[in-house]
Write a protein that binds this ligand. Structure first.
Ligand code: ZN
Length: 122
């Protein structure tokens, strides 16, 4: 993910947490609850989640290192950049392909995601 790579280059000391945050973002593990409050699903403990804001998190990592932003908080901070990038991509796509073509591409992705066809066929 380009956004994460750029962020990791800018803050090398945080590269590990940025990598973990990008995994969270890529896996779509963030759910907005209300305003600035989000639920972020745990990567290591399936079914578990943490309540997170940009400035706080209830996870153990944050508890033991309260002076550092944990991966969940970093993910939230990167979220607007990822959303911008996604919106940009969608706008580019909309400008380049007809709605009919876009629908076909979406359907192709749907089939690939569910393992119904291989990437090559779609
Ligand atoms: Zn956390």
């Amino acid at each position: 993910m380009t956004v994460a790579n750029e962020a990791a280059q800018q803050w090398p000391a945080r590269a590990e947490r940025i990598a973990a945050a990008s995994e969270i973002l890529m896996a779509d593990q963030i759910e907005q609850i209300d305003g600035n409050l989000y639920r972020v699903w745990s990567r290591s403990n399936p079914g578990a989640f943490y309540m997170v804001t940009r400035h706080g998190c209830e996870c153990k990592g944050r508890y033991y290192r309260p002076h550092l932003a944990c991966a969940h908080m970093v993910a939230l901070r990167l979220l607007p950049l990822v959303q911008d990038a996604a919106a940009e991509m969608a706008a580019l796509l909309a400008a380049q392909f007809s709605p009919e073509e876009q629908k076909r591409m979406e359907f192709g992705r749907y089939l690939v995601e569910r393992g119904m066809v291989s990437e090559r066929v779609a």
